[in-house]
Design a protein around this ligand. Structure first.
Ligand SMILES: NC(=O)C1=CN([C@@H]2O[C@H](COP(=O)(O)OP(=O)(O)OC[C@H]3O[C@@H](n4cnc5c(N)ncnc54)[C@H](OP(=O)(O)O)[C@@H]3O)[C@@H](O)[C@H]2O)C=CC1
Ligand SMILES: CC(=O)N[C@@H](CCC(=O)OP(=O)(O)O)C(=O)O
Length: 342
């Protein structure tokens, strides 16, 4: 069995890691941390985990974490970078669900995240953990930067169009909507039911920290800089992201077959039949990204619809997919559930 540790076990992504790892046949969670809940059994706080984990939360401690084969960080931005150098030295492999190692441009990261990076030398070594883009590099990585939720949906949706050079690299639009669990478990007025229920709004229009991450991914695909407008919205639901992506075609192509061919070997990307409209509930609780590609009225505009569960393919599920690849395990282990519908 592979020994796994989780730093930040009481947040939504930490508990989602536990839910998914409960069904993983080759992993044993040996350490799970929470400073606030240290000493309390996991199942005391999360009754859905009763009978699955006989383990208590503990304080983050380098000695116990260092004894793990792999450690997940499900912590706020700026936490992992303080412990990762020591864990790597002790021979641990690390998957960070936060953003500490996602942007290769350190000054840009410091500008968006409002702090000084404490181990910039490790950023160049870190592999951006989108398997559909970087699978080979993930296999041998010591440190994987798990992508953000919006960047996962937007990058997968745009990927075939940009990789094939079929669209203009300016004027790209990512119009994205998320459920409130994307804001984490911490209490805030903005995510109260009374604030979010029966309402709908955009936020972060002047700038959102996922903008540079999506741009970095698309520029890697295009091998040159791209121009993108990204607008996130908050939906009155708990889980799910719906990305509506727009691009302008520069060449003729069979878009349906482009998408089907590009993702034909991807276990977690499902290209829906032509004319489909994917629903967020079709991926609730599972690691899939479901995609539909449209060309309205046969014009030059391509509209791509991509849905994911922000806590699964947008966070914990993708982190486990990365772990499976890093450890040479079957990539889909622990990730074979079927979405909950309705
Ligand atoms: N929610 C989502 O859809 C997505 C989230 N992410 C990212 O995953 C990370 C976790 O998100 P989420 O689960 O929502 O977060 P939460 O804020 O809900 O949970 C944070 C967890 O981290 C622990 N923690 C906080 N500060 C520290 C610290 N200094 N040292 C050690 N542990 C700490 C907390 O426990 P305690 O304070 O008791 O130690 C808690 O268990 C974030 O970086 C988020 O951006 C990524 C993609 C999607
Ligand atoms: C709905 C909502 O608030 N979503 C979060 C993004 C989700 C996320 O956790 O992204 P990171 O992993 O990059 O932190 C936001 O807009 O800040």
């Amino acid at each position: 069995m592979v020994k796994v540790g989780i730093v930040g076990g009481t947040g939504y992504t930490g508990v989602e890691l536990l839910r998914l790892l409960a069904g993983h046949p080759q992993v044993e969670v040996t350490v799970i941390t929470s400073r606030a809940e240290a000493g309390r059994p996991v199942a005391d706080i999360y009754p859905n985990l009763r009978g699955h984990f006989d383990i208590a939360f503990s304080e983050p401690d380098l000695a116990t974490l260092g004894a793990c084969d792999l450690v997940f960080f499900a912590t706020p931005n700026g936490t992992a970078m303080k412990l990762v150098p020591q864990l790597l030295e002790q021979g641990c492999r690390v998957v960070d669900l936060a953003a500490d190692f996602r942007l290769q441009d350190i000054p840009l990261w410091e500008q968006w995240y409002g702090m000084t990076h404490s181990c910039p030398e490790l950023v160049a070594e870190a592999v951006y953990g989108l398997p559909e883009l970087n699978r080979e590099a993930i296999r041998s990585a010591r440190l994987v930067a798990n992508p953000g939720c919006y960047p996962t949906a937007a990058t997968l949706g745009f990927l075939p169009l940009i990789e094939s050079g079929l669209v203009r690299l300016s004027g790209l639009v990512a119009d994205c909507k998320s459920g409130v669990s994307g804001a984490g478990r911490g209490a805030s007025v903005g995510t109260l039911m009374g604030e979010v229920g029966e309402s709908f709004k955009a936020y972060g229009v002047p700038g959102h920290r996922h903008m540079p991450e999506i741009r970095q991914n698309l520029a890697q695909l295009a091998d040159q800089s791209i121009d993108l407008t990204f607008v996130p919205h908050l939906l009155p639901m708990i889980r799910g992201i719906h990305a509506t992506l727009y691009a302008t075609l520069t060449d003729e192509a069979d878009l349906q077959s482009l998408y089907e061919t590009r993702f034909s070997h991807e276990p977690f990307v499902d290209v829906l039949p032509a004319g489909s409209h994917p629903e967020t509930r079709s991926v609730r609780g599972v690691n899939h990204c479901r995609i539909a590609v449209h060309r309205p009225q046969d014009g030059d505009t391509v509209v791509v619809l991509a849905v994911i569960d922000n806590l699964v393919k947008g966070a914990a599920g993708q982190a486990i997919q990365n772990m499976n690849i890093m450890l040479g395990l079957e990539e889909t282990l622990g990730l074979q559930a079927v979405a909950l519908l309705p």
